[in-house]
Design a protein around this ligand. Structure first.
Ligand code: NIG
Length: 414
């Protein structure tokens, strides 16, 4: 099956030329083709270039799209979400607006544990329905790939339910889903007096189960004061690595305890959050191959400090941005909104923000060999936007500019 998209007003390829990710000034080079064309066969991109150079005559059954009104970009890759949850926390939002902090609400029994109670109480079917609706909406806003973490059940039966729900969603949903095991999201109430026993449960039961059934591509941990210590995180990560599961880490979000350094030293594929990263952490990340994933929506929503994204880019650390969609610290999955916040509050250029949400975000999931740019051989995940040029995506914020979503070479109808 062929799909030809031609006369594209502006084709933003984010061309990587075989690179896994971009760093420094490369992040500003988006490989833009004015009046571009893309030929897709089945789910793969076969040709990319200026419309005038296209020498292929499409087959009779081909679908041809005239995109002279549209700007095309690769589908966004959201490399950090917690979208598999039940319930919501608008009461906490009101408390925060009234002056309470995220940590105060958490230690009073709200926060992650409040969502844990709602998620434990939901069936797999109910959770899948909620997640599927969220993934539909994400596709409609230009996100074609989403990493999704477990971590809102925090007991054996519940975390298995979440892992299985993710497997079924991977098979049933149009979006590409990358499952991450985040059993180490918080210490559940039953283990408050013996957190090591919970770490034992993760290492001896849940990680081996996830590995054996190939249910998790990544293992993540919230390495933070009052959550998981550096030593506990190291133990969990050693076990995950032994089982062949790649690593991600929630690092330096609320305090500084060496989490980003640990992530870099243990070869985590990505080190996420970084609101409180220090120079040791940045140096360690520079020496490693990890991608720094920053989450602009969290600082915006919690009204707390932003990660030093400008310094990270200028130091040569590859940077991605993600939504961190979750009911507590960022109730939004809009990547264009994250790009706007990254530009206005973290001093990224609009070009860097696009690279951070596409190619570098795909690298944060080990997927940049097939996703994150519009290049021959990559998956045909292409979004057409009704804007005059690509800069409008971050500039004209709070509006969904998506005109068409092409996922794996298919034009989706909503
Ligand atoms: O990445 N930091 C840990 N996890 C989420 C928040 C989850 C929640 O509040 O429910 C985060 O910000």
């Amino acid at each position: 099956m062929q799909l030809l998209i031609r006369n594209i007003r502006q084709l933003v390829t984010v061309s990587a030329d075989g690179k896994r990710h971009k760093t420094g000034n490369q992040m500003r080079e988006l490989g833009i083709i004015e009046n571009g064309a893309v030929l897709v066969e089945d789910d793969l991109i076969r040709w990319v270039g200026p419309s005038g150079d296209l020498r292929i005559t499409p087959d009779e059954e081909s679908t041809v799209v005239d995109a002279s009104e549209f700007v095309a970009l690769p589908g966004f890759v959201d490399a950090h979400t917690h979208l598999l949850f039940a319930g919501s926390r608008e009461d906490e939002f009101a408390m925060r607006v009234g002056g309470k902090t995220y940590q105060e609400i958490d230690s009073a029994g709200g926060g992650i544990l409040s969502t844990m109670n709602a998620t434990r109480g939901a069936t797999k079917k109910e959770l899948k329905k909620l997640a599927s609706k969220r993934l539909d909406a994400m596709l409609q806003h230009g996100t074609t790939t989403a990493e999704v973490k477990t971590g809102y059940c925090l007991d054996e039966k519940g975390e298995v339910k979440l892992l299985e729900a993710l497997r079924e969603l991977e098979e049933e949903h149009y979006a590409t889903i990358v499952p991450t095991f985040l059993g180490a999201h918080a210490i559940p109430p039953e283990f408050r007096s013996d957190p090591e026993a919970y770490v034992d449960l993760l290492c001896t039961r849940l990680l081996p189960f996830a590995a054996q059934r190939r249910l998790a591509q990544f293992c993540d941990a919230f390495c933070e004061t009052n959550y998981f210590s550096v030593e506990q995180t190291r133990r969990i990560f050693l076990k995950a690595s032994e089982l062949g599961i790649s690593l991600k880490i929630h690092a330096d979000q609320l305090s500084q305890m060496g989490a980003s350094k640990l992530g870099a030293e243990m070869n985590a594929v990505s080190v996420d959050h970084l609101e409180n990263v220090n120079s040791d952490g940045i140096e360690a990340m520079k020496r490693s191959k990890c991608i720094a994933v920053v989450l602009p929506g969290v600082s915006f929503f919690l009204n707390t400090g932003y990660p030093p994204a400008r310094t990270l880019i200028d130091s040569g650390v590859p940077l991605a941005i993600a939504s961190n969609f979750n009911p507590g610290s960022c109730m939004s999955f809009s990547i264009p909104l994250m790009m706007t916040i990254a530009c206005t509050h973290m001093h990224l250029t609009p070009e860097e923000a696009i690279c951070a949400a596409t190619l570098n975000a795909a690298a944060a999931l080990n997927l940049s060999d097939r996703l994150g740019s519009i290049e021959v051989g990559k998956k045909a995940d292409i979004i057409l936007y009704d804007v005059p040029n690509y800069r409008h995506l971050a500039y004209h914020f709070g509006v969904n500019h998506v005109a068409k979503v092409i996922k794996n070479g298919t034009i989706l109808e909503f």
